[in-house]
Design a protein around this ligand. Structure first.
Ligand code: FES
Length: 110
């Protein structure tokens, strides 16, 4: 899945919501579900300098908080970022970009 143009930044998210990561929770190695490990501290199966992110329980791939895979792990690439758009401060639509999303919203509200 190509990274949306508006997510080509260090957060891999929209610039106006850079504190919110929208990613496909499917490990890019063999498809297990990475689990959140947001706590910054030494934990089983994680390095002592862990700064938070995601751990795949199947073969140990680790991803940072932006879904970027760490080197020397089985996963070959970062978590996919789908197209998405915010429709309000508290609501988002996944699978739509702003332009096509507005058309879709107008059709669903008829
Ligand atoms: S499926 Fe995630 S590391 Fe293998």
């Amino acid at each position: 899945m190509p990274l949306p143009e508006y997510c080509k930044n260090e957060y891999r998210s929209r610039a106006d919501h850079k504190n919110i990561l929208v990613a496909v929770a499917v490990c890019t190695h063999l498809g297990c579900t990475p689990t959140p490990r947001f706590q910054e501290s030494p934990q089983p199966n994680l390095p002592d300098n862990w700064r938070g992110g995601f751990l795949c329980p199947c073969h140990g791939s680790t991803y940072d908080l932006a879904g970027r895979v760490f080197k020397n792990k089985p996963a070959p690439q970062n978590l996919d970022i789908p197209p998405f758009m915010f429709t309000s401060a508290t609501q988002l639509v996944i699978g739509r970009t702003k332009r096509e999303g507005l058309k879709w919203l107008a059709q669903t509200r008829k």
